[in-house]
Design a protein around this ligand. Structure first.
Ligand SMILES: NC(=O)c1ccc[n+]([C@@H]2O[C@H](COP(=O)([O-])OP(=O)(O)OC[C@H]3O[C@@H](n4cnc5c(N)ncnc54)[C@H](O)[C@@H]3O)[C@@H](O)[C@H]2O)c1
Length: 270
């Protein structure tokens, strides 16, 4: 087990990507604090990890509220004695463009993506420095943070901001043995998340329309198949583990080749 004795705090633990990453970290021996503003997403994730023999607690927290963030970090410390791994994953989607996005919507989406990562990095890093045993921070980006996508202005802006936040925090914290990296997912195959939601005891409706909705994405990535949350989970385990002990300030793309693709090449053409 690569993360025995470590404590991870993961934000945004829905059955999709955050839940998948939390489960992967727990499977490698980490105790996990599952943090979400939706109480059921924190609780179901923690309960499922517990039911599979892992150790986890649920913490309901809005990542944009500094007092709540400080309480969440204190709760993780109280339960598990500290924090060694932080995954800043909480975000939400609100597809609006520069011409029509209301200022409040823009500010709220940037607050969750950027201020949430800033606040958790600030307070978890202070604890890591006090613990004197280093740590690993992983910020979840998106391929939309690397490219210009129309009608998704706050999301694209926030995610690209998080890329350079990662490098800047990496430089500031390197002297404390804290490594800061990011992980870039892309359009994600929905099957595994639906299975996870069902395992969490939720009613899931699997419609053929959902699979169909991802087909245009699948045919544009060079591997011609989309990643699943467990693919991101394995990459997060790597970044969090001693295997990545000499790695800081990088972005690890788990995107089936999406960002590397020459823009004019159609991967379905032979
Ligand atoms: N789903 C994709 O295809 C995809 C692709 C690329 C990147 N990503 C990124 O992966 C991450 C997870 O995405 P997902 O698809 O699993 O999303 P999701 O909506 O399933 O999960 C996001 C979670 O964040 C929580 N959250 C939102 N606002 C919060 C707040 N203020 N405080 C605390 N928790 C809050 C939500 O309640 C939810 O549980 C995000 O950072 C997203 O940008 C997703």
């Amino acid at each position: 087990m690569k993360l025995s004795g470590k404590v991870a705090l993961v934000t945004g633990t829905s059955p999709n990507i955050g839940g998948g990453i939390a489960q992967s970290l727990a499977a490698e021996g980490a105790a996990v604090a599952c943090v979400d503003s939706r109480a059921e997403n924190a609780a179901d994730c923690a309960r499922y990890i517990g039911s599979t023999g892992g150790r986890a607690i649920a913490i309901t927290t809005d990542v944009t509220d500094e007092r709540q963030v400080m309480s969440a970090v204190a709760a993780a410390r109280e339960a598990f004695g500290g924090v060694d791994i932080l995954v800043n994953n909480a975000a939400f989607f609100n597809r609006k463009g520069v011409l029509d996005m209301p200022l409040d919507d823009w500010q709220r989406q940037l607050a969750v993506i950027l201020s949430g990562a800033f606040l958790f990095t600030k307070h978890v890093s202070k604890l890591m420095i006090e613990q004197k045993r280093g740590g690993s921070i992983i910020n979840i980006i998106s391929t939309a943070g690397h490219q210009g996508e129309p009608n998704n202005i706050a999301y694209c802006t926030g995610k690209s901001g998080l890329l350079n936040f990662t490098r800047s925090a990496a430089m500031e914290l390197v002297g404390h043995g804290i490594r800061v990296n990011s992980l870039t997912p892309t359009a994600t195959d929905p099957s595994e998340s639906l299975e996870r939601a069902a395992r969490w005891g939720r009613q899931v409706k699997v419609s053929p329309a959902l699979k169909h909705a991802f087909e245009p994405f699948r045919t544009k990535v060079p591997m011609l198949k989309l990643p699943s949350p467990s693919d991101y989970g394995r990459a997060a385990v790597f970044l969090a583990s001693d295997d990545a002990g000499m790695i800081t300030g990088i972005d690890l793309r788990v995107d089936a080749g999406a960002i590397a693709r020459y823009w004019a090449w159609d991967p379905t053409s032979k």
